[in-house]
Structures are given as C-alpha cells and as structure tokens.
Design a protein around this ligand. Structure first.
Ligand code: HEM
Ligand SMILES: *[C@@H]1O[C@H](CO)[C@@H](O)[C@H](O)[C@H]1NC(C)=O
Length: 505
C-alpha cells in the first residue's frame, strides 16, 4: 500500500499550490484559524499527524475544517459523521484527488486506489468485492496456510531482519492468492518485478513527497519531449513501462496456466471463470489491473499490522502468555493453529480486535474528494475538498474504549449486548468508509489472524536483554505519516520448546 500512502502525502503537498475558487461567507465547519491565503500550512506537521488532528478534534468537535491555499481539508472525527457522508452520500464523496504525474503520466490511474470515481473504478471494485468475500476467501485458505511455516523459519533464522521477512511474506502471499503464483526462490521473476515496481512507486514516482511541478502547473503535460525541463516526461515513460510490466507478467503467466490446465484456484481464476466464454477485452483489463492494485496495497498495511502486533507482545507479556495458554489448550502442541480452530479461540479473537484498534494502521485513511458543494449539520463543505475519516480518534474514543491508549484485549471480553458489541468492533472503521472502504479487508483480517495465531503458537516474542543482562525497553518511534508503523525496534524472538515439531523440522 505504499502508493496509497503517498497519495495522502501528495494531497498535503499539492494543496499548498492548487487554489480552486471556493465560496466565501458560508458557515464552514470549525477549525484552527489560518493565515489568509496560505491557510493552515503551518499547522500541518506530517510526523505523527494523528496527534495534532486529535488535539483539533477535542478542541473543535466532530468535524474539523482547515484550508490550505483555498482547498478544504475536512476531518471527520466520529464514525457517525463518516458514515453519514462517505457512506450515505457515497455518490458525491468517493472521488480521489487528481494527480497528473502519478495518475495520468505514469499510468497510476490504472491502479484502483488512484482512480477517480468513474466507471472503470466501479467495475473493478465490483470484481474485487466478488472475489474477496469471506466465502470466497475460504477457498484461498490453503494458499494462506502455505506461507506461514516459511515465514516462521525465516524469522527465526534472522530475527533482526523481521521487517524484510514480513514484506516477503506479504508479497509471496499476495502473488499466491491473486495469481496462484508460488514463489519458490529469492530469484523468482514475478517477485523481483513486483518488488522493483513497489520501489518505483514509493521512492521514484512518490520521491520528494510526490510533488511534481506538473501537478501544480498541469499545462506542462503538453511540453514537447525535446524541450529542456521535460525530463519528468521521460521518467514517466520509463516508470509507466515498469508498472505495465508488473501488471502484465504475472497475469500472462496465470493465463498460460489456465490454458495448459495447471492454474490453481486464485483471485484471477475465480474471475476469469465467472466471466466465462463471453469475457471481453475490457473484462480482462479490469481483472488484470484490479489484481495489480492489490500487491502494493497489501505491503505496508501488512508490515504495519504485524510489526505492531509484535510490539504489543513485547510490551504486554501477560497477553502473550494468556493467548499461548489458550492455543496450547485448544490446539495442542503438535501442530500450528488453522482456520478451523478460530471459533474455539475466543481470547485470541479479542487480541486481534485490540491489535486492529490499538494500531489504527492507516490512521486517517485516504482522502475522498468531494465532487459537489455539500451541507452537513448546518455546515458548508465546498466541492473539491479532501475529506478524511479520522480513524485515529475513533480508536481513541474513551467512552467506547476506556483507557484507550492502553493495549487491553480483555476489554472485548466484557459481556455486553449485541448492539454494543457490534458498535465497538474496530473493523467498522479501521478499513475506512463508504465506497472506497478497503476491499481487501476480509483477506487482511483472515491472514492477520492466521499469522498472529501461528507466531503465538511457535514463538516467544519479548523484550531483549543486553550483554549485561539488563532488559531493554523497546524504543517506539513512528516515522511514516500515513501508516502508523513502528520503526525498527529491539526485541527477542525465540522458538518455544515445541516449535520444531510445529514447523516440521
Ligand atoms: C491490516 C490491513 C489493512 C488495512 C488496515 C487497510 C486499510 C485500508 C484503508 C483505511 C483504506 C482507505 C479507505 C478509504 O479511502 O476510505 C484502504 C484502501 C485500499 N485497500 Fe486496504 N487495508 C489493509 C490491507 C489490504 C490488503 C491486504 C489489500 C489487498 C488485497 C488491500 C487493498 C486495498 C485497496 C485496493 C484500497 C483502495 C480502495 C479504493 O481506492 O477504492 N488492503 N485500505
Ligand atoms: C503451463 O504453463 C506454465 C506457465 O507458463 C508453465 O510454467 C508450466 O510449465 C506449464 N505446464 C505444462 C504442463 O505445460
């Protein structure tokens, strides 16, 4: 999801320069007062932005409005407002900011998270929703389970590179579930293309915060290729070719397997079979590019949620011990947990819910661009505003989650009626809202459960100890402004006594 992250970054930067006219003298939602013209640019600090946003929420209420050079940024701080606007008024709240360089010139508009609210978007969303329902994901369970043991082995062989192992896990899992492509070596061609592509997206196209002059002065897109200063167009052509290669190679491989009868059940096969003989060129384009979108969308999110889980285990050994005891009792010590065990592991379920809540992996989701002027709770919200669901404040709602900053899975054990239970489920908001809500949520939810259960069954993850026997408290830092991803920290990862048996070694 690197590109998703960078989309958000660019919004903050692009708005500094883009100034569409907006109506004055209307009652805007409250927010910190900015200087005329340059607006609230000084209030925006990208590092741990969620903390500033939370301060505004407690000062100004459920809807906060700021503007930067005339473009509104709207933060919806409670779930009700987010549902009212992004869900109920989904027909006008589902566009994305327009990006000339990344979207138009580099071909990013083929990738769904960038696409505006148009027919292509609607078609591809429909495909994803069809092929990623909980029922269909059941079919992918064997694929998910295949990646667990290799991941545990890599983690144990070189614990300090845990981020690389998680990235590899997310990448191989996605290639498997999407294309039925099984990665067997580090030199795997698809994996290499995929990793290079994710890198281009995150570091080249989005390099320097994603800000390209052509995003600010869109007429530059017409610059002839031979003119000095048109370097960005040459780069765009190269990068677009790379993105296209990544969309094409694994898909073509999948198609050959379909033809020679060796394709495995996966996202693409589900959709190609559903389309049947009447599959059009457009159908195929949509399958190919919706598949392509998912690779980059799953990387950073998976790294965020898994490293956060590890941090929670390091900081809360009592939770780890209790969850391990449950697994040992229910599953035994001869095999890893699998999806059939899930209903019999209620405490683990609470741990997963609390990991989602406490982490808030994408703390203010991605911007939804408002397509028409709108009124809400007597406030005026101008067309073109970038609207953010402030997921962070929702996860820190003290009424629903007393002592919200603490990691306490037990809060989900408390006996409450069904309605409260439903309302406080963090899955309601950590995946965003409305027609842009994360389409990978069931896949992410289930693969996270499996990985968490397996790690708990096989590993003890706890505070590291230095040479002198002193316990090291992990240093918690957040450097990424879009994903609440803990930066590399010290911990001790070791196999439990029966781990070898679980991992068949
Ligand atoms: C813990 C894991 C994950 C979390 C917390 C998460 C969360 C989110 C959030 C908050 C958004 C923005 C929603 C909005 O704009 O309102 C999003 C978008 C998206 N996610 Fe996820 N995600 C996760 C994993 C995944 C995975 C594994 C996939 C793919 C298989 C995926 C695919 C996507 C796509 C394609 C979008 C863009 C949707 C659009 O623009 O319409 N996500 N995700
Ligand atoms: C089927 O096609 C795939 C992808 O090109 C190839 O790797 C595989 O060897 C082929 N299998 C058979 C039986 O032809």
């Amino acid at each position: 999801m690197e590109l998703i992250g960078t989309t958000l970054l660019v919004c903050f930067l692009v708005v500094v320069f883009v100034a569409p006219g907006s109506s004055r003298r209307k009652q805007f939602p409250p927010g910190p007062k900015g200087f005329p013209l340059i607006g609230n640019i000084f209030d925006l600090s990208l590092k741990e932005l969620w903390l500033s946003l939370a301060r505004w929420a407690s000062k100004y209420g459920d809807i906060v409005y700021i503007h930067v050079f005339g473009t509104g940024l709207v933060f919806l701080n409670d779930a009700e407002a987010a549902v009212d606007l992004m869900d109920r008024k989904g027909s006008i709240y589902s566009d994305r900011p327009h990006l000339v360089m990344a979207g138009e010139l580099c071909g990013g508009y083929n990738i769904m998270s960038f696409t505006g609210y148009n027919n292509q978007f609607r078609r591809q969303r429909r495909l994803m929703q069809r092929a990623l329902t909980p029922l269909v994901i059941k079919n992918y369970h064997p694929l998910l389970e295949m990646e667990t043991i290799p991941f545990l082995k890599r983690l144990l062989s070189k614990p300090t590179s845990y981020v690389d192992h998680i990235r590899r896990y997310a990448g191989t899992l996605t290639l498997n579930v999407i294309y039925g492509h099984q990665v067997t070596s580090d030199d795997d061609r698809c994996l290499k293309i995929a990793e290079a592509c994710a890198d281009v997206l995150a570091n080249d196209i989005a390099g320097g915060g994603f800000l390209w002059l052509v995003d600010v002065l869109p007429f530059l897109r017409h610059l002839p290729m031979w003119v000095p200063g048109s370097g960005f167009k040459h780069k765009a052509i190269r990068w677009k070719a790379q993105l296209t290669e990544f969309a094409t190679v694994p898909y073509e491989e999948f198609k050959e397997k379909m033809e020679n009868g060796t394709a495995k059940l996966c996202y693409c096969s589900t959709l190609v079979e559903a389309a049947g003989k009447s599959m059009t060129e457009q159908d195929e384009f949509d399958i190919k590019y919706s598949a392509n979108t998912m690779y980059s969308a799953s990387l950073d999110t998976t790294i965020t949620i898994v490293t956060s889980f590890m941090l929670c285990m390091v900081q809360n050994p009592d939770v780890r011990i209790k969850a391990q005891a449950e697994i040992d009792r229910v599953v035994g010590k001869d095999r890893l947990p699998d999806f059939n065990d899930r209903p019999s592991l209620p405490y683990l379920e609470c741990v997963l819910s609390e990991v989602f809540r406490w982490t808030a992996p994408v703390p203010y989701a991605l911007p939804h661009r408002l397509m028409q002027d709108d009124m809400y709770r007597n406030y005026f919200i101008p067309r073109g505003s970038f609207v953010f669901a402030n997921i962070w404040t929702m996860t820190r709602n003290e009424e629903m989650y007393p002592n919200a900053d603490a990691f306490v899975p037990g809060r989900f054990e408390a006996d409450v009626d069904e309605e409260v239970k439903k309302k406080r489920d963090p899955r309601n908001f950590v995946f965003g809202f409305g027609r842009r809500r994360c389409p990978g949520l069931y896949l992410a939810e289930q693969s996270t459960w499996l990985l968490m259960a397996s790690m708990l069954a096989a590993l003890d993850i706890q505070k590291a100890v230095d040479d002198k026997g002193k316990v090291i408290d992990p240093e918690v830092r957040y450097e990424n402004s879009v994903f609440r991803m803990p930066a590399q920290f010290k911990m001790d990862i070791r196999p439990r006594e029966h781990a070898r048996k679980l991992m068949n070694v």
